[in-house]
Design a protein around this ligand. Structure first.
Ligand code: AKB
Length: 323
């Protein structure tokens, strides 16, 4: 990868991936795009407004930038997709097929995130094997399974070097997530700092698979830089880091915010989505095929989240004091 175009770059994963890639490959090598106007989100990278549903605009932007890799992150997450399934199908599938088509024409490598949501209630829960039953019961999950197959198709028939990861819930402080079922595990930190209290939209005992953002970013880079020959499950490697319930996360937070309180008001939609997913992914294939290892466990992740959020608050305070 020498010249990388990112779609959905203003999102939770895109923001941090763009800055990591700028540091690694140089700012001139990265074009961060999003459907939102760059004035609203871009800081120091080359940035452009791009709607990946517009095939001609996508083709022109890839050609104009001379991209040799597209990291396609523009997608609707699980809870939002359930609220508007048709819009989710349209963005998640038509955006992806456009990216794959342009990549086939321009000879680009492609990264596409899949998700634990590509599994459903019929999948073994703990752990979900790499290769197993995939009958999700959410529109988001349906688009993730179809997306994995579409990437396989473009690889097998048209030679596109497409690669992908099945992410668990991602936790980070730089940019909030939007519309996911695992979002509680991000919201809870700001609530702990600002209010000392959080009302969780999942039951206390809902065990879910999670990963801290620095591990997720490293996984993308390592997979994209891995030699292609050893990759059997190239478009959908299970990866995992930690599993916890809201009650266990609250306990870990109390080590930093003594007296933090949590109560529970389960949202039927998001609870049913969470209950339909495995509690843990088996990532042994990723470990064997390209050397994947996670670094962050629950206590390190919680400590680093508070370090990052406190630094953000201090910077914001210094910014407003200087105005
Ligand atoms: C969501 O909750 O929808 C996402 C995911 C697990 O893919 N974080």
């Amino acid at each position: 990868m020498k010249r990388i175009l990112i779609t959905g770059a203003a999102g939770q994963l895109g923001t941090e991936l763009a800055s990591t890639l700028q540091a690694r490959y140089g700012p001139a090598a990265i074009l961060a795009t999003d459907i939102r106007d760059p004035a609203e989100w871009a800081t120091r990278s080359q940035a452009a407004r791009l709607d990946c549903l517009d095939l001609d605009a996508l083709r022109d932007t890839v050609a104009g930038f001379r991209a040799d890799a597209v990291l396609h992150l523009a997608a609707v997450l699980s809870a939002t997709a359930e609220a508007n399934p048709l819009a989710a199908w349209k963005l998640n599938m038509n955006g992806l097929v456009n990216v794959l088509q342009v990549a086939a024409e321009a000879g680009c490598r492609v990264f596409v995130p899949s998700s634990i949501a590509a599994f459903g209630p019929g999948t073994p829960r703990d752990p979900a094997p790499q290769s197993t039953v995939q009958r999700p019961t959410t529109m988001y999950g349906v688009t993730k399974v179809a997306g994995e197959l579409l990437c396989d198709y473009y690889h097998d028939r048209l030679g596109v070097d497409a690669r992908g990861l099945r992410f668990p819930g991602l936790i980070s402080y730089a940019t909030p997530p939007g519309g996911g079922t695992t979002d509680y595990a991000v919201e809870i930190f700001r609530a702990a700092l600002c209010e000392g209290h959080y009302t969780c939209f999942l039951r206390a005992d809902t065990r879910m698979d999670m990963m801290y953002m620095p591990d997720a970013i490293r996984a993308v880079v390592e997979l994209m830089e891995a030699p292609p020959d050893g990759l059997t499950y190239r478009n959908a490697f299970n990866i995992t880091a930690m599993q916890f319930t809201p009650a266990e996360l609250a306990e870990a937070i109390r080590a930093h915010v003594p007296g933090f309180e949590i109560d529970y008001d389960p949202d039927p939609l998001r609870q049913s989505i969470a209950d339909s997913w495995p509690a843990r992914l088996d990532d042994s294939e990723a470990r064997e095929q390209w050397g994947w290892r996670h670094h962050y466990e629950l206590p390190d992740m919680v400590a680093d989240m508070f370090r990052g959020l406190n630094a953000q608050t201090a910077r914001a305070g210094a910014g407003s004091a200087g105005r």
